[in-house]
Design a protein around this ligand. Structure first.
Ligand code: G6P
Length: 370
């Protein structure tokens, strides 16, 4: 097992550090940057069917559901197709309105999750076209779907999902770009710009890992005794806030909640006091000023602020207790970078608390029963 961990103390840490290579493996051979082309057999072979969808429904569970939420922003933004994201366990039992004009995307690392499988079967019965995004090659879900794309992240052993999440987002970004090009909802220049920016992501993740890990250990040490933690983000980074909170809950057993930053005032703000660490994703993007004012509201209630910001940011640095810098990229790709410090933060807190990081209590890597 030590050999399999490749010198890392835990599988989770190894898998966090594998992300630059995993993402490169995901887009290798699919994204031809110089030619300005995306090739994905499962999409290419069904391009008319998929791009004429009246609606895309995404079904998944856990972390894969969070990847689906990020994809909702990407698909609607770039390809202009309405998207709904559902927990597979809810979808399968609520007599959903779905027909042959719908495309269902099922996302599953293991390709074995029982609820996701049942949702796929139901969608097929109703005539929808079902596309799978799986990591495990030959898995049940990859065989049950009409077409699909593998994430090629390599085996993920740690129960808390890391590289599966970022590679799912990568595949879904490629798919959205491909559909956008086919539907004419993106300009050639913009399309090429996205490809170049995506190609640059693995090196940027490597930089985040290299430059933030030690600093994040200090932050983890400072807040490891917290009993509650709040994660906030807006737009593309709202699902990342949910995922950050899930990571902390899963492996450190600290109660954490992810929220859209602006919704804080409708509830969680009541919980904020000097004991409450609040992780806020505040990268330079569309909603930056609004997030800064959310941070000020936390500050005035004495909450402890950990800001995830774009390199060179001064404004949040002045208000926050800690900042973690990530390189600049286009807004739709920020989740691939903002996720990394959150994975490291939960990892270090769990290690410091002496928890079983790779096999947290009560959780399974793959949930094959209801
Ligand atoms: C379990 C795992 C999670 C995973 C979820 C969905 O709860 O512990 O890490 O996100 O199942 O699994 P899937 O294999 O369908 O992505």
């Amino acid at each position: 097992e030590q050999i399999e961990k490749g010198g890392y103390e835990h599988f989770m840490l190894k898998e966090i550090y594998e992300q630059p290579n995993a993402i490169t493996d995901t887009y290798r051979g699919r994204m031809l940057v110089n030619e300005g082309i995306i090739r994905m057999a499962g999409v290419d072979d069904n391009i008319e069917r998929i791009s004429k969808a009246k609606r895309i429904l995404i079904v998944a569970c856990g972390t894969s559901w969070h990847a689906g939420l990020v994809a909702e922003y990407i698909f609607e933004d770039l390809a202009r197709i309405p998207v709904e994201v559902e927990y597979a366990s809810e979808f399968r039992y609520r007599n959903p309105v779905i027909n042959e004009n719908d495309v269902v995307i099922a996302i599953s690392q293991s390709g074995e999750t029982a609820d996701t499988m049942a949702a796929i079967k139901l969608a097929k019965e109703k005539g929808a076209f079902v596309f799978g995004v799986c990591n495990v090659v030959g898995s049940s879900i990859s065989r049950e779907t009409h077409a699909g794309a593998y994430t090629h992240a390599g085996p993920e052993i740690g129960v808390a999902s890391t590289k599966a999440f970022t590679t799912q987002i990568t595949v879904l970004t490629l798919m959205a770009l491909k559909l956008a090009k086919h539907r004419g909802t993106i300009s050639d220049t913009d399309f090429r710009h996205h490809l170049q920016q995506l190609e640059a992501i693995p090196a940027k993740i490597a930089k985040v890992l290299e430059t933030t890990n030690e600093h994040i250990k200090d932050i983890a040490f400072k807040y490891k005794e917290a009993t509650n933690c709040l994660y906030l983000g807006r737009g593309y980074n709202f699902p990342v806030a949910l995922e950050g909170a899930l990571k902390l809950k899963e492996i450190s057993y600290i109660h954490a909640e992810g929220y859209p930053a602006a919704e804080m005032k409708h509830g969680p703000i009541a919980l904020i006091d000097e004991q409450m660490p609040v992780v806020v994703i505040a990268t330079k993007m569309g909603h930056y000023d609004k997030v800064v004012s959310n941070i000020q509201e936390i500050k005035s209630r004495k909450g402890k602020i950990i800001g995830i910001v774009t390199e060179g940011d001064e404004e949040v640095r002045d208000i926050a207790d800690y900042v973690i810098e990530i390189p600049d990229t286009i807004e739709s790709l920020t989740p691939l970078l903002t996720t990394i410090p959150m994975q490291l933060l939960s990892y270090h807190i769990a290690v410091m608390l002496g928890k079983n990081v790779d096999q947290p209590r009560n959780l399974a890597k793959s949930v094959t029963v209801e």
